[in-house]
Design a protein around this ligand. Structure first.
Ligand code: NAD
Length: 503
């Protein structure tokens, strides 16, 4: 397809292959086995990592348990914890470039986006530091003259953190600083596809002076590492971001010990466009919402639900804008959309598209893998599909690619019905200049986040998470922080008025 905007390969030298080991009890630990990551855009090996089995995972969990039970971190003052988190934030900011390049090489995301995610993550560390200092429990002075009730907040304990490949550094920073701010100790397993920047962050934690055993990193696969981290009796909570299918396994694995489970899972998120919307802004946001991170984003707005009266003109405008989005070499600073994470995933995206066409949908734009000169075929064209029905897999399932499917509606009730006709409930958006329309939609949409006249703006202060099969629990914001705290009631008699039970 010639009418797309493609950034061909730029001339640049690749950094040295990153080698990574586990961090266990403050020491870098190797394994006999290794695994490699090949850059999705450039096809060369970009990292070689120690590959953990059960042994290393057990060691890491034991280290986190000892560190928590010894109280050095869990009983430290909020001031000490906040001071360390602030140091980490500053260190992240002075290492943005190294981390961003490795993030781009492993994930395929554009370098400008990696830079923004890494530097933006520093703010999550700063915000978590502020929560450490400002959290408190309750006291009840109204229980009677000689009674005092207190509600204490304490760290929940050892937390397993399991993260995906699509936002490796950002998602880790949505969890780790909050767990540390609460006084928890952790075992982290990054995705086997994007392990390096988690290890780079661990280097900064050591530089900032985090005590041994408080944060342990184990590199490896879901089986056996992630699975053991979810089921182990010495782990008190598991927080997982990834696919809904694996989220269900985590819940099962955790059920043996009834540990707390927090899940951030998939989405099939709609943007709903009313005729009175600011059409130019809405079309731009729909274009951004579907192609950002090549659609490999839990918050991807992969469903466009547009009012019948404006549908044709609106879709035409989205297609025009899609042609202007700069797909291609992720190392080019002007690239907006990079590579698909693996060849298998590219095939899966294409299968969804061909299946939809076989079922009667029409391709209005794209619909094929994309060749980028000098880099290869692990890219996918910006794709717009019309004529979909609510039953088709492309409308119901997470394609996780740059593929927009278009549905139409006539009334607000119909727009809500289409929005909520999904197993997922992560996010939704509405575009209208009428505040009443926006508010009614926001109230009735089954989604953890509703954006009105915008898309995907997020702030550390605002909780993030999903309804239905998009997850359980919340991340970031005060609500996200509280997930890492246990609540304990202390009931105190402070006088001598107690009537004996035995007379
Ligand atoms: P994934 O579920 O395949 O893997 C996620 C992590 O789980 C990886 O570290 C993997 O090694 C590990 N894992 C795999 N099997 C496991 C098991 N049996 N036990 C324990 N751990 C196991 O997900 P992915 O492909 O890396 O990421 C894409 C998915 O993540 C998408 O579905 C996307 O929507 C979702 N996601 C959700 C959010 C959110 O905040 N809601 C954010 C980003 C991504």
């Amino acid at each position: 397809m010639t009418d797309l905007t493609i950034n061909t390969a730029i001339d640049c030298s690749m950094p040295a292959v990153f080698t990574a080991r586990h961090l266990i009890d403050g020491q870098w630990v190797d394994s006999a086995e290794r695994f490699e990551r090949v850059s999705p855009s450039h096809g060369s090996v970009v990292s070689v990592c120690a590959k953990a089995g059960e042994h290393e995972t057990q060691l890491a969990i034991a280290a986190a348990r000892r560190a928590f039970d010894s109280g050095g971190w869990s009983h430290s003052s909020a001031k000490e914890r906040a001071t360390l988190l602030l140091k980490v934030a500053a260190l992240i900011e002075s290492n943005v470039e190294n981390i961003a390049i490795q993030e781009t090489l492993e994930s395929g995301k554009p370098i400008a986006q990696s830079r923004a995610e890494v530097s933006g993550a520093a703010d999550l560390w700063r915000y978590a530091a502020s929560l450490a200092r400002t959290t408190y429990g309750d006291s009840h002075n109204t229980l009677g003259d000689d009674m005092l009730g207190m509600v204490l907040k304490q760290p929940i304990g050892v937390v397993s953190i399991i993260t995906p490949w699509n936002f490796p550094f950002w998602i880790l920073s949505q969890k780790l600083p909050f767990a540390l701010a609460a006084g928890c100790t952790v075992v982290v397993k990054p995705s086997e596809i994007t392990p390096s920047t988690t290890v780079m962050l661990a280097e900064l934690l050591l530089e900032a002076g985090l005590p041994a055993g408080v944060c342990n990193i184990v590199l490896g696969y879901g089986q056996p590492v992630g699975s053991l981290m979810a089921m182990h009796k010495d782990v008190d909570m598991v927080t997982f971001t990834g696919s809904t299918a694996v989220g269900k396994h985590i819940t099962q694995a955790a059920s043996g010990t009834l540990k707390k489970v927090a899940l951030e899972l998939g989405g099939k998120n709609p943007q709903v466009i009313f005729p009175d919307a600011n059409i130019e802004s809405a079309a731009d946001a729909v274009t951004f919402g579907v192609y950002f991170n090549v659609g490999q984003c839990c918050n991807s707005s992969s469903r466009l639900i547009v009012h019948k009266d404006i549908a044709d003109a609106f879709v035409d405008r989205v297609i025009q804008l899609s042609r202007q989005v700069r797909f291609g070499d992720p190392l080019d600073p002007s690239t907006q959309v990079g590579a698909i994470v693996t060849a298998e995933h590219n095939d899966k995206i294409h299968l969804y598209v061909t299946q939809a066409v076989a079922e009667g949908a029409q391709i209005a734009l794209g619909g094929e893998p994309l060749h980028v000169e000098g880099l290869g075929n692990q890219f996918y064209q910006p794709t717009v599909i019309t004529g979909v029905t609510p039953q088709m897999a492309i409308t119901r399932e997470e394609v996780f690619g740059p593929v927009l499917c278009v549905q139409t509606f006539s009334t607000l009730d119909e727009a809500i019905e289409l929005t909520n006709d999904s197993d997922y409930g992560l996010s939704a958006g509405v575009w209208s200049e009428n505040m009443h329309t926006c508010l009614e939609y926001a109230r009735r949409a089954q989604a953890g986040t509703v954006w009105t006249n915008t898309w995907m703006d997020g702030y550390p202060e605002l909780a993030f998470g999903g309804m239905k099969q998009s997850g359980q629990g919340r991340e970031i914001g005060r609500y996200g922080f509280e997930e890492f705290l246990e609540v304990k009631s202390v009931v105190m008699r402070v006088g001598n008025s107690r009537m004996p039970w035995v007379q």
